[in-house]
Design a binder for this molecule. Structure first.
Ligand SMILES: [Zn+2]
Length: 495
């Protein structure tokens, strides 16, 4: 058997480790899902494209993967600590619809977005509200083992009962203070203690509440992930993923309550993706001042160009979203499709990992080794894309081998190599609207690039503006721009 072992950066221990599954040939993965009270912006989608890449690499290497992504439809408060109000209940008040309508609507949009960026559907999508009984059982077991105590506010987990609480986040417990802005919960024994069950207030009615041994109330947010992951993946499973924001509180508390419940180690591998900044993007933000996949589509981008952009940086790198970057990704993806289309007949030939190694030799095998080396080194997708670009230019690879290779790259990267035509990435022929401020900002960026003799970037910005319907003209007195007339008008003018 050829091929390299998969090495992953484990947040637990902060080091690269070779992946060894608990059960040979099988990988069980839990991915923290969305709280369905609002649209997921394009930054949120990175967590799922990253988890999907992990899954695709595991599957490509021959593992049978079981993946669970939860849908949080109760219990997530406006703060990740136990303060504030339930996000679903707030959204219900804001939008004047039931919590159930809210959850159904945002879940549908989320699933639709994932499908558009070709994130494979999870094996199971458990919803928190459908597992409250099991959560109560889990919390009761913790109480019986002496890990929990009752307060008026509900049932709380006593983090001082664990000698290694905070090991994931490397928390400095001595230095931890309960947030000064928020009134502490009366009776809490330690600042890090968290709610397993939140009792309903006696003076107000909650929209979502259940009976429990601790009175009417709702489960804590962390509890749902421990309970639903164990239910569908077994008490101990291989990998747990999520955004870096989950490390200090949510995942730390999941580990604490799960290891207390099991009486020993829980999940061996914890993988976290970094953020994508949306700060500089002023253009075309949707409701709530954030940027959605549908905004990208409205600007004429194919959703897979966004996936291509994401894969162009490592999942553990913090990056900043820019329209320029997205346009650069689109152009690179289009060129790739063009070069490949010239050389392979439509449709690749998917071969299993072992079969591909057995079949390929010479320069074709070198490209397979390049792909394997990139993704086996902590999912280096940008490096895999670079190898793919080299492959698309390598005239020595016979067409049959090329088809096998392209199918392998597509299995891992899912950027439309087998079914998209280059033209599918082009913006539709219509006038696209830009805000004046955004045009001015892009032109200033271009001017800056030209001053620093970065002509490639300058041209890229000009191309992007052109694509968005803005004509740029450089004159001896400076740069001017105008919105290009719509196609119909232009033809009329020419006649
Ligand atoms: Zn979670």
């Amino acid at each position: 058997m050829a091929g390299l072992p998969l090495r992953l950066f484990n947040t637990l221990g902060r080091e690269l480790q070779e992946f060894a599954p608990l059960e040979p040939g099988r990988a069980r993965v839990y991915t923290c899902g969305p709280t369905v009270y609002a649209y997921q912006h394009i930054g949120n989608l990175r967590a799922y494209v990253f988890a999907d890449t992990l899954r695709r690499v595991l599957e490509w290497k021959g593992y049978e993967v079981v993946q669970v992504i939860n849908i949080t439809d109760v219990g997530h408060l406006t703060s990740d600590m136990d303060e504030g109000e339930d996000k679903l209940e707030l959204a219900s008040q804001r939008e004047g619809r039931s919590v159930w309508d809210i959850a159904a609507h945002y879940t549908d949009v989320f699933m639709g977005d994932l499908a558009k960026v070709r994130v494979r559907p999870a094996t199971v999508w458990p919803r928190a509200t459908e597992h409250v009984e099991e959560m109560i059982e889990f919390a009761r077991a913790l109480e019986e083992k002496g890990y929990a105590y009752r307060l008026e506010a509900g049932l709380f987990f006593d983090t001082s009962k664990l000698s290694d609480y905070g090991k994931l986040a490397l928390l400095d417990l001595e230095g931890l203070q309960e947030g000064a802005r928020v009134a502490p919960i009366p009776g809490k024994r330690n600042p890090t203690d968290f709610a397993l069950w939140r009792a309903s207030p006696t003076d107000a009615e909650r929209l979502m509440e259940w009976d429990s041994p601790w009175g009417k109330g709702a489960p804590g947010w962390h509890l749902e992930c421990s309970v639903m992951s164990m239910k569908y993946l077994g008490e101990r499973f291989d990998l747990h993923t999520g955004g870096v924001d989950h490390i200090p509180v949510h995942h730390t508390n999941e580990i604490a309550q799960s290891e207390a419940y099991l009486g020993g180690a829980w999940v061996p591998y914890w993988l976290h993706n970094e953020f994508i900044g949306l700060g500089e993007t002023k253009m075309s933000k949707s409701k709530g001042g954030t940027l959605l996949l549908s905004d990208l589509e409205r600007q004429g981008f194919h959703p897979l160009s966004y996936r291509f952009l994401l894969l162009g940086s490592h999942y553990r790198n913090q990056t900043e979203f820019t329209w320029r970057g997205l346009e650069g990704a689109r152009v690179a993806q289009r060129r790739l499709l063009e070069r490949l289309r010239e050389r392979i007949p439509a449709g690749g030939e998917p071969l299993a990992y072992d079969q591909a190694w057995a079949r390929l030799d010479g320069s074709a095998r070198a490209h397979l080794e390049g792909l394997d080396a990139a993704v086996s080194a902590d999912l280096k997708t940008a490096q895999a894309l670079a190898v793919l670009t080299q492959l698309s230019r390598d005239a020595d690879v016979p067409a049959g081998d090329l088809a096998v290779l392209v199918a392998a790259f597509e299995a891992v990267l899912a950027v439309g190599l087998l079914d998209l035509a280059p033209e599918d990435l082009d913006p539709p022929a219509r006038e696209l609207m830009l805000e004046v401020g955004e045009v001015e900002r892009l032109l200033a960026d271009r001017e800056e690039a030209r001053r620093s003799r970065d002509f490639a970037s300058a041209d890229e910005i000009r191309d992007m503006l052109d694509r968005l319907g803005v004509e740029v003209q450089d004159t001896p007195t400076g740069t001017t721009w105008r919105v290009r007339p719509a196609v119909g008008q232009r033809e009329a003018g020419r006649d």
